[in-house]
Write a protein that binds this ligand. Structure first.
Ligand code: ZN
Ligand code: ZN
Length: 525
């Protein structure tokens, strides 16, 4: 039976353009989706734009438009950018979607009915100059963890300020010190869920990236605190509980529920059964995100699923990347540091950019993007893959691929690569997989050089035919093995070789092909 796979890519905030760091964090999702589909698994790969919350209303205020206009503008841009980056989402939706809003209200109500969302009157930050409750994100304070100035929701160092920390914060709108005032809100009782979350974490921890393990254990050790799920704001999803008509849902709860609503929507539209994925103990669920998003996926989302008491399959694998820097500096829009994905795709080749962002990317530690390094990876692939394909399929005087005998050594080597690369991807070691691909390219080029087809062409035409046939079979298999990383080039080769059996398994047979239209795969930079 095919495995049922869910891949949830983190939902980007629709308040500014995506930069290369976002791409580096989300790309593993597409590698997994493409690999699992080739492998024959039933994949649902979903994500969407996170359209609520203060980042959007702040931006809207600045540009003097409605939050809706900002959210729709960036949602449209994200769709375009993900398409151009060759992301193969089954569904990329948005939290503005009515389907999403209605299901989220229902899920929220169920957790409330189960007693994991409860009411509490608390002292909240209030600005008497602006005459309003001030959300965490709209507060400014000095981070007690790193000493830098930060917003109240989360510091760049990863620290999430406590209620106590926020007591001394100032209002970002008027700059005055805030006071506190009684406010009635609903809270997710992570404290009540702690034991169940701990049990979940200890069962799954070994499958997670190191940063997810460390971060999650750190928060569990501190003891999970109840977390507000309602807030005083006009922009967001309504609260389906009496007495909270003047509040909206906190954006994080609305956004993580997106994994369920998007899966449901996709299943409804394609006559699939949602429960085959989300309530099946044999399914596999990957969560793909950057390190600033870890606990929302590793603790809070599983906590919500447990709180639903409805037999949900909890996420299995946390694919959390570290940060990508740009020329040794943090990406920063305000300081003009970095490249947006849109800008990068205008300058660079999408396939080699994807390959580079995995090979040199922030898989287990922060990494650095430089244009020179990118170009050197691009040229290496152009040399090793582009030239190999060119000198085999564009062999002077050849009109068709001759019949020949496949070299056993090449066959065994490539078969082994199928297993090795598969293991790497399933173990979320994508960087290692790109190294294996480079090894494979070195191997086939060395085979070509040592067999000297240009000599055999004159001396022993049977040997020549065997070499060209073997190299063509190698190219066919390379097109499969590189597909998760470089889908465009993979497709180009598949078109040339008329490959119709698109599966993660060794290709033996070469269809009759016309060699006249073979174009170079890459331009050098
Ligand atoms: Zn800090
Ligand atoms: Zn104020």
């Amino acid at each position: 039976m095919n495995r049922k796979i869910i891949i949830g890519g983190a939902w980007p905030y629709a308040n500014s353009s995506l930069h290369l760091g976002h791409l580096a964090a989300l790309l593993p999702g597409d590698i997994l989706a493409r690999y699992h589909r080739l492998y024959g698994d039933d994949v649902i790969y979903i994500s969407g734009s996170d359209c609520h919350g203060t980042p959007i209303t702040e931006r809207a205020k600045k540009e003097k438009v409605s939050p809706n206009i900002i959210a729709e503008k960036y949602h449209k841009e994200f769709l375009e950018v993900f398409n151009k980056s060759l992301f193969s989402y089954n569904l990329y939706t948005k939290t503005l979607d009515d389907f999403h809003k209605n299901i989220v209200k229902d899920l929220f109500k169920r957790i409330y009915d189960n007693g994991y969302i409860t009411e509490k009157i608390d002292e909240d930050n209030y600005c008497k100059f602006c005459n309003k409750f001030v959300a965490d994100r709209e507060l400014i304070l000095i981070c007690p963890n790193c000493g830098n100035e930060t917003k109240g929701d989360q510091c760049d160092c990863g620290y999430i300020p406590t209620k106590e920390d926020l007591k001394n914060a100032t209002c970002n709108e008027c700059g005055n010190k805030t006071t506190t005032k009684e406010n009635k809100n609903l809270y997710l009782r992570l404290d009540k869920l702690q034991l169940l979350i701990e049990e979940y974490v200890s069962n799954n921890l070994h499958k997670w990236r190191k940063n997810s393990q460390n971060e999650s254990l750190k928060y569990l050790k501190l003891g999970l605190k109840e977390r507000a799920v309602t807030r005083n704001l006009d922009w967001g999803i309504d609260i389906p509980i009496k007495g909270f008509e003047d509040k909206k849902m906190y954006v994080w709860i609305d956004a993580v529920f997106g994994y369920l609503t998007a899966s449901m929507k996709y299943c409804n539209e394609n006559n699939l059964n949602f429960e085959d994925w989300w309530k099946n103990k044999y399914s596999k669920i990957y969560m793909v995100h950057g390190k600033d998003n870890i606990i929302f996926h590793s603790l809070i989302f599983p906590g919500l699923l447990i709180g639903l008491k409805d037999n949900y399959h909890l996420p299995d694998v946390m694919v959390s990347t570290e940060y990508l820097n740009f020329n040794d500096k943090k990406f920063s829009k305000s300081k003009g540091i970095g490249l947006t994905v849109k800008e990068a795709l205008e300058k660079f080749n999408v396939d080699t950019l994807r390959f580079y962002l995995i090979k040199n990317g922030p898989e287990t530690k922060d990494s650095n993007f430089t244009e020179d390094e990118y170009k050197s990876v691009h040229n290496e692939i152009a040399n090793k893959l582009g030239n190999f394909v060119n000198r085999t399929l564009n062999y002077k005087g050849l009109n068709s691929i001759p019949a020949g005998i496949l070299d056993k050594e090449v066959e065994d080597y490539i078969k082994n690569k199928y297993i090795e690369i598969s293991n790497c991807i399933e173990n979320i070691e994508f960087k290692k997989a790109t190294i294996l691909i480079m090894e494979l390219l070195d191997f086939v080029n060395k085979y070509y050089d040592e067999k000297k087809p240009w000599v055999e062409f004159k001396e022993n035409i049977k040997k020549f035919n065997d070499i060209i046939y073997t190299c063509t079979v190698a190219i066919a298999n390379i097109s499969i093995l590189i597909e998760p990383f470089m889908p465009n080039v993979s497709n180009k080769i598949k078109e040339y070789l008329k490959i119709d059996n698109n599966k993660w398994e060794f290709i033996y047979n070469i269809n009759p092909i016309d060699l006249e239209n073979i174009q170079p795969l890459f331009e050098k930079m």
